[in-house]
Every structure is written in structure tokens, then in C-alpha cells.
Ligand binder design. Structure first.
Ligand code: B12
Ligand code: SF4
Length: 524
């Protein structure tokens, strides 16, 4: 069979990274089938374009995965593909959380021929075999234990994703026209990929708004250190060969959930010289350990994503995230910054104790810490979370099926102490203050002692992160952005030219040296 795995874009922003599930399922597909990947984030396509692609390429089966945010588009595309006579299987968090919706068992229309619920590592090969025989079932679910809980894949062994030979062209972040020039720079920047990699699954914390504990379970499973190190080494080799850059996003929900194991993994990465620049999610409470932070820096850690959520402890208690203490955030960021590791700090507005002015209060606090990349969202009741159930029981859901008419940054319930439009305004204000050209320049100034590459990485990341909220998907938007931020850009460019000149001078001096030494010897 010819199989297409497709992940829709959200219609508003683009991700910087492809989705791991596609590469994983591609690798888990039984032999004898061809699997093509299209990630809407890298290659945005209209519904008609996808259907045309499916027909022209004689695809036999389409697998679509989606988060709640993209599910309306996923359903639309699925319906169009089915209408063209091709079978569709859907999987991922949303269909698992609303299992009846995709197959029309909730009274609504049917969008998919089959759904794969939960982790599909073991069910995907069965789905492919059934589809090949023309015997696709409606629902695929992992085996269950005596308590009725899904048996989770152990991750040992873990499939070896052949990164060294996969076609990653659609996922490079360097625009095509710059590639020849960029590949001649330094270690080579002809391509830049952020590659997703998992070292473990599961999180026991159970924050009220989060789907992870429900989906992956509270039992944590890890790959072996050897399998992670081997994957890193293969990626590093690929980067070297193609004169490009590869960074890794460890997508574990909390990379340091078992600190002893994390330290052992990071030590093994260092010992094998398998370091690549990496980003990972780690909760603030675990970053108090100085040795862990040392190992993060030494093993290539550059950015740590921290779900800070709120600076108000009452809000943290409300969402069952008391283990994370707002009073400790500044010290945590300081500890990271001392090692040139910076943080992506994520905040949620519209919690029940938030009042108007929350964005000013939060941004003031953020600006007193070492600079990072703050991101702001709103409390969203994802289906099957304790938050969703609490709000539904209290009759507080304004749009119980908010995913069917997805509206970016527009809450689906009214918080207790502010209105939905006020929550929208607070979010908007926080983004504007945090990514204004003035704030960008201030942030770079604040780390003026750091080496050039850290400041450059910080500025580039700021310009990209701004795009999570402000649409900047065309050349015009980028040119405007570059013009507005010209001060730090010009200053860093001057510094780079200075460094390049002195590097050339030193090189020339070095090549003169042997001659000078020989002349000196002759004279002697
Ligand atoms: C990495 C990540 C991101 C990346 C982007 C995704 C990417 N490029 O990988 C970034 C950081 C950009 C991101 C952003 C967001 N994310 Co996110 N993200 C994750 C994270 C941490 C890992 C995803 C992953 O690769 N998991 C590992 C793979 C193996 O698991 P999986 O994707 O579930 O796939 C398995 C099964 O689901 C199944 N499967 C999946 N798809 C399909 C398809 C088919 C056909 C089949 C058969 C099976 C199948 O098979 C896989 C193997 O078992 C997850 C949490 C998590 N642990 O999964 C959150 C998660 C997916 N994100 C979430 C959210 C809410 C968001 C945001 C909306 C946050 C925000 N407020 O802005 C944004 C939206 C991004 C957008 N494009 O609009 C939620 C989604 C909940 C939901 N019901 O939708 C999750 C679950 C986290 C949470 N706290 O609840 N995210
Ligand atoms: S710590 Fe993170 S992954 Fe774990 S439950 Fe809380 S928000 Fe979800």
C-alpha cells in the first residue's frame, strides 16, 4: 500500500519542528508498504491540494494525527479525502480524548473510517495489515490490563529512526535561497533542523489542565541511554556531512522527572561526545539541583521550557500545580543563565484568581529575571482533563466544543474575576510588551557579558518566538520586523564582522609564522 501520514497546520502559526509521531509510525510500518509524510506546519496545503495529492499519488490509506487545536481542519481534510474514496485513520491526543467524535458515534457526522486510541506503537502495524487486507476495524486500542488501563509500550527496545537517510528537506528552517551561501559559513548553516526526540513518556504530576497524565499515564517509561546516545550520534554525523545544523527538542514532558536517570543520561551523552544543542521541558522544582544544571549545560542544553503558568500561588493551587513555586522562579533562571542556558517561560492567563492587570504584574516580574522567551496562553479546557470536567459540572463552559469553532486566544469559559474579552486583552498586552523592539534590545543588553553566539541565538529566537502570537508568515512581515529591530541586529552584525576580520588576521599571522621561525633559525 501507499500510505500518507499527515499532520494539519493550525491556520494561524507554523511550528518550527516536525511531529515525532509521523517518523515513529513510518518506522513501525510493516515492510512492503511505502510511507510518505506531510506536515502542514512545514508544507501548508489547502484541503483541495491534499485531496489532489492523494489522488495523483494513488495513496491507499491516509493517517491523520491532530491536537485539539487543529482537529477541525483534520476533520475537514479527512472528510474530503473520504469523499474522494480513500480510507482515513485518525489518531493522536484529540481523538483519544473524544473517541466517538471522529467516527460519528456521538450523533455528529463521521470523519474517519477508523481511530487509533492512545499510544499506537503496537496497534499501528495491525491497522496497516488490516487495511491492506481490506478489513479495517473502526476502533483500535492497546490491550488493557486487569484494571482496564491501556498497556503502555515499554520503550525498550525503541525503534531506530533512520535520521541519517530520511528526506528532511521540507523541515529545514533555512530558506532555500540562502542555503548555498549559509553552508559555507563556520561549521555550516546550509540547513537547520530542529528534530524531535523522546527519551521517556509519562508524567505523574496531574496538573488540572493537562492531558498528559491521562494520555500517557502516570507510570513513566524510559528508553535506554544507549538508544538515545546512538540517535544523537547519528544526527550529529548527518549535520556534519550536510554542513548544516541540527538541534534536538527532547519532547519528554519533564526530562528530569527522575533526576538520577537524567543525570546518568546526560553523563553518557557527554562521555560519548554526542552533544548537540538541545531544548527540553523541565519543571522549575527540579532545576534547583546544581549538578543537574551543570550537566544540562555540558551536554548541549541551550533552552529549557518551563511551564511557570502564573506568578500567583493561589492560581497554582487551583490547577494542582503547587509543586512549582513562583517565589523560586527568579533563582531558577539565574542558575541557568550563569551557565548560558536560558528559559522559555510559559504563562497562562484567565485562571480563576486572575484580575485585570495580570499581564502588567506578570511582565514586570519577568523583566526582573534574566531574559528568556516568555510565551502567554490562556487556560483552555481540553477534553478529558480534570479542568474540563470541573468546568462542565459547574456549567461554566461557554463553548463546550470549542475545538469545532477554534478561535485563537478566545477563552471557552469565563474566568471568575475577569471577562473573556479582558483575558484576551491581557494576553495581547503581555505579548506586545515582551516582544517590542525596545524589550528585545533590552534583553540582549542584559546578557552583554555572554559570548556572541548566545546573544545571537537569543535575538534570533526572540524574533521567531514573537511569531507564535503575531502573524509573520510572509517576507514583508519579516522585513518590517528586521527594520524595527535594527539596533541590536546592526550591533551584532558589526561585532560579527569584527570577529571575522580578526579571525582572518590571526590566520594570516599563523601562516606567516612558520616562515618567520625558519628565517629566525637561519639567522641563528
Ligand atoms: C512537542 C510538543 C509540541 C511542539 C509542537 C509539536 C511538534 N512539532 O512536535 C510545540 C512545542 C510547538 C507544541 C505546541 C503546542 N502544544 Co504541544 N506538545 C508537544 C508534546 C510535548 C510532545 C508531542 C510528541 O511528540 N509526543 C510523543 C509522540 C510519540 O506522542 P503522540 O504525538 O501522542 O503520538 C502517539 C499517539 O498519539 C499516536 N498518534 C499520534 N498521531 C497519530 C496519527 C495516527 C494516524 C495514528 C494511527 C496514531 C497517532 O501514535 C503515537 C505513538 O504512540 C506533547 C505532550 C506529549 N507528551 O505528547 C504536547 C501536546 C501535544 N501539546 C499540547 C498543546 C495544548 C499545545 C499547544 C496548543 C500549546 C499552546 N497553548 O499553545 C501548542 C499548539 C501548537 C500548534 N501548532 O498550534 C497538548 C495537546 C492536548 C490536546 N488535546 O490537543 C499536549 C498533549 C500537551 C498537554 N499539556 O496536554 N507542542
Ligand atoms: S508537569 Fe507538565 S506534563 Fe506533567 S501534568 Fe503538569 S503540565 Fe502536564
Amino acid at each position: 500500500m501507499k500510505i500518507l501520514l499527515y499532520n494539519p497546520d493550525n491556520g494561524v502559526t507554523r511550528n518550527f519542528m516536525p511531529h515525532l509521531w509521523m517518523f515513529l509510525l513510518q518506522e513501525l510500518t510493516p515492510p512492503g508498504h511505502e510511507v510518505i509524510l506531510i506536515d502542514g506546519n512545514a508544507k501548508a496545503m489547502t484541503d483541495e491540494e491534499i485531496v489532489r495529492y492523494v489522488l495523483e499519488n494513488r495513496i491507499d490509506l491516509v493517517g491523520i494525527g491532530a491536537m485539539t487545536r487543529m482537529v477541525a481542519k483534520a476533520y475537514r481534510v479527512a472528510s474530503a479525502i473520504r469523499a474522494a474514496g480513500v480510507r482515513v485513520v485518525m489518531g493522536g491526543p484529540h481523538v483519544t480524548e473524544c473517541p466517538d467524535e471522529a467516527i460519528g458515534k456521538d450523533g455528529g457526522p463521521r470523519y474517519a473510517d477508523a481511530v487509533a486510541l492512545g499510544e499506537a506503537d503496537e496497534t499501528w502495524p495491525l491497522i496497516v495489515e488490516d487495511a491492506a487486507r481490506g478489513e479495517l476495524k473502526e476502533v483500535y486500542q492497546p490491550e488493557r490490563d486487569e484494571k482496564g488501563v491501556d498497556r503502555k509500550p515499554s520503550l525498550q527496545p525503541y525503534p531506530s529512526i533512520p535520521w541519517e537517510k530520511l528526506d528532511l528537506n521540507q523541515f529545514s528552517l533555512v530558506p532555500k535561497i540562502f542555503r548555498p551561501l549559509m553552508s559555507s559559513l563556520g561549521a555550516g548553516w546550509g540547513t537547520f533542523h530542529v528534530v524531535p526526540m523522546e527519551t521517556g513518556r509519562g508524567c505523574p504530576y496531574g496538573c488540572e489542565f493537562c492531558t498528559v497524565t491521562g494520555f500517557f499515564g502516570d507510570s513513566i517509561r524510559f528508553r535506554t541511554n544507549e538508544s538515545v546516545v546512538d540517535e544523537l550520534l547519528r544526527l550529529k554525523e548527518r549535520a556534519r556531512k550536510q554542513r548544516g545544523q541540527i538541534a534536538v527538542f527532547f519532547i519528554d514532558d519533564n526530562l528530569a522527572i527522575n533526576i538520577k536517570r537524567t543525570k546518568s543520561l546526560l553523563r553518557d551523552i557527554i562521555a560519548a561526545d554526542a552533544q548537540l544543542p538541545w531544548v527540553a521541558q523541565i519543571s522549575a522544582n527540579l532545576l534547583k539541583d546544581e549538578e543537574l544544571v551543570d550537566l544540562i549545560a555540558a551536554s548541549g542544553g541551550q533552552w529549557v521550557f518551563i511551564g511557570m503558568e502564573s506568578i500567583d500561588p493561589a492560581n497554582m493551587a487551583d490547577v494542582n500545580k503547587n509543586f512549582s513555586k513562583p517565589s523560586e522562579y527568579g533563582a531558577v533562571l539565574q542558575r541557568l543563565a550563569q551557565r548560558n542556558v536560558y528559559a522559555i517561560t510559559s504563562f497562562i492567563f484567565g485562571m480563576d484568581n486572575d484580575t485585570v492587570g495580570v499581564s502588567d504584574r506578570t511582565v514586570k516580574e519577568i523583566n526582573s529575571w534574566p531574559p528568556g522567551l516568555p510565551v502567554f496562553g490562556q487556560l483552555t479546557p481540553f477534553p478529558a482533563t480534570p479542568l474540563y470536567d470541573r468546568l462542565a459540572k459547574a456549567g461554566r463552559l461557554a463553548r463546550p466544543k470549542h475545538w469545532m469553532d477554534f478561535a485563537p486566544f478566545w477563552m471557552a469559559h469565563t474566568p471568575l474575576k475577569m471577562t473573556i474579552p479582558e483575558a484576551r486583552q491581557e494576553t495581547d498586552h503581555a505579548w506586545r510588551m515582551s516582544y517590542s523592539p525596545e524589550r528585545n534590545a533590552e534583553a540582549i543588553n542584559a546578557i552583554s557579558d555572554a559570548a556572541f553566539r548566545y546573544r545571537l541565538s537569543h535575538l534570533v529566537s526572540r524574533l521567531f518566538f514573537r511569531g507564535i502570537y503575531f502573524p509573520q508568515m510572509n517576507k514583508r512581515a519579516w522585513l518590517k520586523l528586521i527594520f524595527q529591530n535594527r539596533r541590536p541586529i546592526i550591533s551584532l552584525t558589526r561585532e560579527a564582522i569584527g570577529m571575522w576580520r580578526s579571525h582572518r588576521k590571526n590566520k594570516a599571522h599563523e601562516s606567516d609564522e612558520p616562515a618567520a621561525v625558519m628565517n629566525h633559525q637561519k639567522a641563528a
